[in-house]
Every structure is written in structure tokens, then in C-alpha cells.
Ligand binder design. Structure first.
Ligand code: F0G
Length: 458
């Protein structure tokens, strides 16, 4: 049995969960059109749909919530958050947003014009969709290592810097309103990016005068991986590493629902006063006044505290250790996952698990649905349902390189026994994998179809 890093906390409040019967799970799936997003959460036993907004807040965060200042303008809570923001990220300006995609929407609204390109290692689905919604073309330039699921590489989230240079020259820097990088690379296995790579990416953007914004929602986990894996960083604190990362950027946005350990919240930060002015105008139109940005004062307090807790190294050792533990249990049983394990999730490799199901029949969807039916465990497909799209030039379907099912681990929520239960459900499923069938889509919206699509088993 692999090692397990014991929790650096004890449990003070519990939330009951229940395992419903197989017949009830089958009925729930029929009702949901086999889309796990359409299930009632109460029908799920272990919910690994996302690590976003699903974490447990600490006693310090709940205490801070009681001190929330709900003033419309200039609330004390805003200034508390501003202190944490300045001390951790160091940007001159920021606005709170209700979550990450609100920041993406604002950034895309003010910078992206139709036909423009936005490079990244890999865009997450909401970033991708917000850029497309403004007529832009999100472009993924992650290094090839990301697509080799068993390759042991410490930083499989790294961007291919040569490709980035070639790409900028090819489309012209005037057609790139901003460049980005996602840390850790959620769409590619939750894999970290090295500081060396962030430095090289920042230099490339700077050379062509392209503003560089970091998608920072798992910056603390990424910083901890740099400490563990990058030569020269073992004795630096995660805070010092974060300083080094953000000093390289012109701005950042964050879904605080991840590494800031809150149930709702986010921000958009920048150095340029003109960009800040435009951001404020857009924010006021859609989110709220710049000192609350779509959040309650108490949410700002929880975030101000949570940003620090997310950087705590005892917590991060437990966090990353818990993910590694589940990964090792699955590998021991011969279940294919993306290796090495990343920060926030295990990514099952549905392509290798269900070799008999072609991409057009959604092997990731098939595996995610089967895991729910087997054990009432909910993961999320990150494959063709989420990312296949017609090429804008040829109309031909472009499939993603990997068909994955992500088991995202909420922060400070589940115990080792819960993870053992998940591993055992998957081990049972592996024994009957040849009986699993693909799916057909019966309804699909134009953008972000995975949230609301409906399916039929083939
Ligand atoms: N960027 C990344 C890398 C993300 O993982 C997410 C959200 C966002 C941006 C958008 O943030 O949800 O607060 O609007 N990821 C969640 C997930 C939904 O399940 O991985 P949001």
C-alpha cells in the first residue's frame, strides 16, 4: 500500500453522504440523459466532479466571514483582500470577480477582436470558450510531453517555447492581444509548469510586446511542485516561488475556488493603469463595483484568508500526497492514468482503458458514466465531449489528443478511506471493461456542450 501523508487538520463539522442503490443510480442516469452534470448531487456518494468551490473552509475563514463588511463601496473586506493580493501576487491593480470565468470574460471583452489568437500551454474550457465568444482563436502550444501519458517528466505542463516563437512570427504579434499560461495545466492532466519555462514564455511575450496574463487558479500547487521538483528551489518557500512567478507577468486571473480555498470568488489583476480602467468599466457593467466585483464582503474576507492557507506547505504536502496516493493505488492495479500524478486530480486515460471505443463514440463519457453506475462516484469527462469541435476553416471534426476522465479531489474534504473506495470501484470496473459501450449525443448546445449535452448509450 502506498504511503499516505496524514491530514494537517482534524474534522470539526461533518456533512452526511449516502450511497444509493444500483437501481436508483440507473434511474438517476436515465433522468440525467447520462450527463453527470445533470445528476442531483445527493445521488452521488463520492463527488470528484471538480475541485472548484468544493473545498472545506477553515475555522479562520469562517471566523473572517463573520467580519465581512457589506458596504457597497470601499468596504474594509476589500482592503483585507487587497493586502493579501499585494503580499502574494504583487500586481499594482486588481478587481475581485465572482469566479474565474468572469475575469476571462472581462479580459476577452476588452482585448480580443475577431480573428485574433491567444496562445497558452492549454486553455481550460471556459477560457477557450470566452475567447471564442469574442471571435478569437485560443491556441494550445503545450510541449509534446503532455500527450505522452506514461512519460515521467517533472513539468508536463510546460509550453513549447520554440513553437511559441514560431507561432508569434507566423500570425504576427499585432494579432495576439495577450498571451497566457495555465498553472497547473488543468486540461492536460493537472501538470505543473517550471519556473524556467514561465521565464522563457514571459521573455517571448515581452520580446514581441504581448501582454502576459497567467491563469493562476492552482498557483500554490504549481509553486509547491516547483519546490519539490525544480533544481534550486528546494529551500525556497512557496510564497517566494509565487513572487518569482508573478514578477514575470503583466497580470493574472484566478478562480479562487481552487487554491484560495473558497466556495466562490476570483480576481483579475494587472499592472497597466489603462487596462485597469477598462476592466473597471466592464466590471461595473456586468459584475459590480470594483471594491466587491460580484462578491459579498464576507466572500472577500474568506478569500483574503484562504489565499494564505492555500500556500501553507504542510497543507500542500498533504494535498499533493493525497492525489499521489490515489494515483499509486490505481497504477498498482494496472489502471491507466496520466503520470506522474499532478496536484488536484487523477486523470484516468479512457483512451487506453477502453481501446475498443472510438473517439467519435466518447470513451471518456463511457468511463465516467460506468464509474457512476458502479460506485456512485462522479468524475468529469475531459475528452471529445468537452473539446472536439469543427475546424473553423474546413468544418472537419478535430478530436483532442487525449480522452480523459478527471477525478478531481476537493480540498480538505475526503479521507483516505474515501479514496480507497474510489480505487476499489475502478478496480471492479477494470475487470468488466470489455462490456462497456460508447455513447451518442442526442442534444448539444453550441458552446461548452459538456455541461448540458444529453446522451444515449450505443
Ligand atoms: N481556468 C482554469 C485552469 C480552471 O480550471 C477553471 C475552472 C477556470 C479557469 C474557470 O474558473 O470555474 O471559477 O469560472 N475550473 C473548474 C474545474 C470548473 O472543474 O476545473 P471558474
Amino acid at each position: 500500500m502506498p504511503d499516505y501523508t496524514a491530514e494537517p487538520f482534524r474534522i470539526k463539522m461533518v456533512e452526511p453522504i449516502h450511497l444509493i442503490s444500483l437501481a436508483a443510480r440507473q434511474a438517476a442516469m436515465l433522468q440525467a440523459g447520462f450527463n453527470l452534470f445533470a445528476l442531483r448531487a445527493e445521488d452521488v456518494y463520492i463527488d470528484l466532479l471538480t475541485d472548484s468551490g468544493t473545498g472545506t473552509m477553515s475555522q479562520a475563514q469562517w471566523a473572517a466571514i463573520m467580519e465581512g463588511d457589506e458596504s457597497y463601496a470601499g468596504a474594509r473586506s476589500y482592503f483585507h483582500l487587497a493586502e493579501s493580493m499585494k503580499a502574494i501576487f504583487g500586481f499594482e491593480y486588481f478587481v475581485p470577480t465572482h469566479q474565474g470565468r468572469a475575469a476571462e470574460n472581462i479580459l476577452s471583452a476588452i482585448l480580443v477582436k475577431p480573428g485574433m489568437f491567444v496562445p497558452s500551454n492549454m486553455h481550460f474550457d471556459t477560457t477557450d470558450a470566452n475567447i471564442r465568444a469574442r471571435g478569437g482563436r485560443p491556441t494550445n502550444l503545450v510541449a509534446a510531453a503532455a500527450f505522452d501519458p506514461t512519460l515521467q517528466h517533472p513539468f508536463k505542463g510546460n509550453m513549447d517555447v520554440e513553437k511559441l516563437h514560431a507561432f508569434i512570427r507566423q500570425v504576427g504579434p499585432q494579432n495576439i492581444p495577450f498571451g497566457t499560461i495555465t498553472i497547473t495545466n488543468n486540461a492536460g492532466g493537472g501538470q505543473p509548469v517550471s519556473l524556467e519555462n514561465i521565464r522563457a514564455v514571459a521573455a517571448a511575450y515581452r520580446q514581441y510586446k504581448i501582454p502576459f496574463f497567467i491563469d493562476a487558479c492552482r498557483f500554490a500547487e504549481n509553486s509547491f511542485f516547483i519546490k519539490l521538483r525544480e533544481p534550486g528551489y528546494a529551500s525556497k518557500s512557496t510564497l517566494e516561488i509565487a513572487h518569482e512567478i508573478f514578477a514575470l507577468a503583466d497580470g493574472a486571473w484566478m478562480s479562487a475556488k481552487k487554491d484560495a480555498l473558497v466556495n466562490i470568488g476570483g480576481f483579475l489583476a494587472m499592472r497597466d493603469p489603462d487596462v485597469y480602467q477598462k476592466v473597471c468599466n466592464e466590471l461595473i457593467l456586468r459584475e459590480g463595483f470594483p471594491t466587491y466585483g460580484g462578491l459579498a464582503g464576507r466572500d472577500l474576507e474568506a478569500m483574503a484568508v484562504g489565499l494564505w492557507e492555500g500556500l501553507d506547505e504542510a497543507y500542500l504536502a498533504y494535498r499533493v500526497g493525497q492525489t499521489a496516493y490515489l494515483g499509486e493505488r490505481l497504477l498498482e492495479a494496472g489502471i491507466p492514468i496520466i503520470e506522474p500524478t499532478g496536484g488536484h486530480a487523477i486523470y484516468l486515460d479512457a483512451g487506453r482503458f477502453l481501446t475498443h471505443i472510438p473517439q467519435a463514440e466518447f470513451p471518456g463519457q463511457a468511463l465516467a458514466a460506468a464509474l457512476y453506475l458502479e460506485g456512485a462516484v462522479r468524475g468529469v469527462e475531459i475528452g471529445s465531449v468537452m473539446f472536439a469541435h469543427p475546424d473553423p476553416d474546413t468544418g472537419e471534426m478535430v478530436f483532442p489528443q487525449l480522452e480523459l476522465v478527471r477525478l478531481a479531489i476537493p480540498r480538505r474534504v475526503y479521507t483516505q478511506a474515501h479514496l480507497d473506495y474510489v480505487a476499489e470501484a475502478l478496480i471492479r470496473l477494470a475487470q468488466k471493461r470489455n462490456n462497456l459501450r460508447g455513447y451518442r449525443i442526442t442534444y448539444s448546445p453550441a458552446l461548452l456542450r459538456h455541461f448540458t449535452a444529453r446522451f444515449e448509450p450505443l
